[in-house]
Design a protein around this ligand. Structure first.
Ligand SMILES: Nc1nc2c(ncn2[C@@H]2O[C@H](COP(=O)(O)OP(=O)(O)OP(=O)(O)O)[C@@H](O)[C@H]2O)c(=O)[nH]1
Ligand SMILES: [Mg+2]
Length: 316
């Protein structure tokens, strides 16, 4: 007796759409990922140094761009550098935007404008490409996914200018605050300073990354909570290597000892790097598109629509 039609369908029910995850993976791997970071903060806090520390082996050693005896250079203009990093067949296109430090003028009013403008310009460029009739299938993405904001390790509180700049930045980009040169703080000072900054961020209503969205499940909310308790990351940067126990490590050598940048008991550099590259890379990219860019886009399009509506109709 022939099987009932429904049973037949059940027997051959596997149609294979579960392979879509492999298909997506294959596509994504082929295309690679784009990640754009900007560093912002007062002058001399070690922004350029930290960039070179985070992506050290890729940026400095392989290209030999910096040597220990090169003079300290002050960044004088907004500068984007691109690199392609490949790890286990995954291609990451990295844009790092270094900015000149601010805050050493008598009048610092508006010193943040060029940085905000730079970030908005990237949104604007993306929107323009999106709106062209013959848009590319894959739009080159220069939108900034993460802004590392450098805080002076004073141990007191945020300077008013930092509060203003962070507030402005947080409206257009994912802000990740870090305490610069944290080798200058003792452990107690560091913990107190971190708590104080968290308080001030909350008091001033500054929304730093990561923030929870409706899509986050319980586990993600939990991870974000741990990160929020840790923020701002207290980091140390170094462009040179020192020898500890016969091993060459990235660190800073003083009269009284050595700070090993990659030692988690010394500073939170590794936590920051893991956060940026291992746990929240995708989240940073996604929230930029879904929150910051979306806000920019809808504002622009609304303005455009109103402009059209207000324009007088052409005479017949
Ligand atoms: N103690 C200490 N010194 C650091 C650290 N990071 C950088 N420095 C030193 O601070 C000085 C300034 O570093 P830069 O990286 O040029 O600072 P910057 O923020 O890029 O400065 P601008 O380009 O002027 O904004 C250099 O002499 C660095 O070696 C750190 O974590 N601890
Ligand atoms: Mg610099």
């Amino acid at each position: 007796m022939a099987a009932a039609p429904t049973e037949e369908i059940r027997a051959n029910a596997y149609v294979g759409f579960d392979t879509i995850t492999n298909q997506i993976e294959h596509k994504l791997l082929k295309r690679g990922f784009q990640f754009n970071v900007i560093v912002v903060g007062q002058t001399g806090l070690g922004k350029s140094t930290l960039i070179n520390t985070i992506f050290a082996s890729h940026l400095i050693d392989s290209k030999g761009r910096f040597t220990a005896d090169e003079p300290v250079r002050q960044t004088t203009e907004i500068q984007a550098v691109s690199h392609v990093i490949v790890e286990n067949g995954v291609k990451l296109r990295l844009n790092i935007v270094d900015t000149p430090g601010y805050g050493d003028q008598i009048n610092n009013e508006g010193c943040w404008d060029p940085i905000i403008k730079y970030i908005k310009d990237q949104h604007s460029a993306y929107l323009r490409k999106e709106l062209t009739a013959m848009r590319d299938r894959y739009i080159q993405d220069t939108r900034i996914h993460c802004c590392l904001f450098f805080i002076n390790p004073t141990g007191h509180s945020l300077r008013p200018i930092d509060t203003i700049v962070m507030k402005k930045l947080s409206e257009v980009v994912n802000v990740v605050p870090v305490i610069a040169k944290s080798d200058s703080l003792t452990i107690d000072e560091r913990d107190q300073f971190k708590a104080k900054i968290r308080e001030e961020l909350a008091y001033n209503n500054i929304r730093v990354f990561p923030f929870d969205t409706d899509e986050n499940d319980e586990e993600e909310v939990q991870i974000n909570e741990t990160i929020r308790e840790m923020i701002p990351f207290a980091v140390v940067g170094s462009e040179s290597n020192v020898i500890i126990d016969g091993k060459s490590v990235r660190g800073r050598k003083n009269r009284w000892g050595v700070v090993n940048v990659e030692d988690e008991t010394h500073c939170e550099f590794v936590n920051l790097r893991n956060f940026l590259t291992r746990s929240h890379l995708q989240d940073l990219i996604e929230t930029t598109a879904q929150i910051h860019y979306e806000a920019f886009r809808s504002k622009q399009l609304l303005a455009l629509k109103e402009g059209v509506a207000q324009r007088p109709a052409p005479a017949a």
